[in-house]
Design a protein around this ligand. Structure first.
Ligand code: TXA
Ligand code: MG
Length: 321
């Protein structure tokens, strides 16, 4: 059997046996394992070199199945699930006691999502257990949006990569939790815009963005980062550096850098198109070996907010070094 293919039965057999399979979703590729088997979950942490304190999202294919893994939940949780699942939304809900502690890293909450991808929904339909799946990249690096991205970095660690083509949305799910009044709290910006969520939830509560003990470790400051140092373009680089600088742009190239060193994500100004292409473009700029990647700040609306969030986290490492 090839490493990459579309064989759902093969993927299901590997997962039942406790193996690791990369799965397509509409956001990014996930590194999936049996979410009720601690040994299988441990393989995810080892393959990604991910700290055990960082909990995983449980993926399933119906609200009925999801309810087996949670305790009592606020009415708004069900409204959001009905409005946006399958889709790029993860809900943090009180966990059922039979879930492995490793899945939730000891938290009383479990992250749950029904992804919107026909192959993965068909796979989940065949399984009587949820799939634990973080993004299928080494911890801290850019999330994968194609099977090739997964194969490049984790090809020797996964048993199979289910090929669902390039991902539609391209940026990880938006994570929503609830406060004691049952009101929605934003834990991570992502592929579902705040505008869409707030149309149902009313104004979202925000978590403080920078924390030493993050409630959502996706909030760790250095994350989603290429190896090449990245800065956002408030600061134009000095002229002598220009030949070694790559630029990531929204609609138009910047005049101070040769066009061949730039990637423009959406000439027509579509933030959805930009989000979809963002991670592949960052990977491409990273392998070209520039000294610096200069990233434009995107409009602070719709998916532009999530794009800016990922770019800000990518640049933090550079500032700290
Ligand atoms: O789009 C996505 O969400 C993708 C696809 C594969 O579904 N998955 C993904 O997983 O991005 P990951 O592990 O890379 O990011 C999940 C985030 C992490 O930052 C984790 O800390 C947070 O969800 N999380 C999971 N369970 C949590 C919990 N119980 N409390 C707080 N945060 C949690
Ligand atoms: Mg991730």
């Amino acid at each position: 059997m090839n490493l990459i293919g579309k064989n759902i039965d093969h993927a299901a057999a590997l997962l039942k046996a406790g193996g690791l399979v990369a799965i397509p979703t509409e956001t990014v590729y996930g590194l999936a394992a049996h979410a009720l088997q601690a040994d299988a979950i441990l393989k995810i942490f080892a393959a990604k070199n991910r700290p055990h304190f960082n909990p995983l999202i449980a993926h399933t294919n119906s609200w009925e199945k999801a309810q087996q893994f949670i305790g009592s939940y606020p009415p708004l949780a069900q409204q959001l699930a009905e409005a946006f699942w399958p889709g790029p939304l993860t809900l943090l809900l009180p966990r059922a006691s039979h879930l492995p502690d490793l899945l939730t890293a000891g938290s009383p909450l479990v992250a749950i999502r029904i992804p919107s991808h026909p192959l993965t929904l068909a796979l989940l339909e065949k399984l009587d257990f949820p799939l634990a799946a973080p993004s299928a990249n080494p911890s801290g690096y850019i999330s994968p949006t194609t099977p090739a991205h997964v194969a490049d970095q984790l090809g020797d660690k996964v048993a199979y990569i289910l090929d669902g083509g390039p991902t539609e949305i391209g940026i990880e799910s938006t994570i929503i939790g609830f406060n004691e009044k049952g009101e929605a709290v934003l834990y991570r910006l992502g592929g579902l815009s705040l505008e869409e969520i707030e149309a149902i939830s009313g104004p979202l509560h925000m978590l403080p963005q920078v924390q030493n003990q993050p409630d959502s470790p996706g909030q760790l400051k250095s994350h989603y980062a290429p190896r090449t140092p990245l800065v956002m373009d408030e600061a134009i680089p000095p002229k002598q550096m220009i030949t070694q600088v790559g630029a990531l742009r929204f609609q138009q190239p910047i005049s101070t850098i040769p066009i061949s060193q730039q990637i423009v994500l959406s000439p027509k100004g579509d933030l959805g198109e930009a989000a979809k292409k963002l991670f592949a473009a960052l990977r491409e700029l990273d392998v070209r070996g520039y000294d610096l990647i200069l990233a434009e700040r995107f409009p602070d609306m719709g998916l532009g907010r999530a794009i800016n969030d990922r770019l800000e986290r990518a640049q933090h490492k550079f500032k700290e070094d």
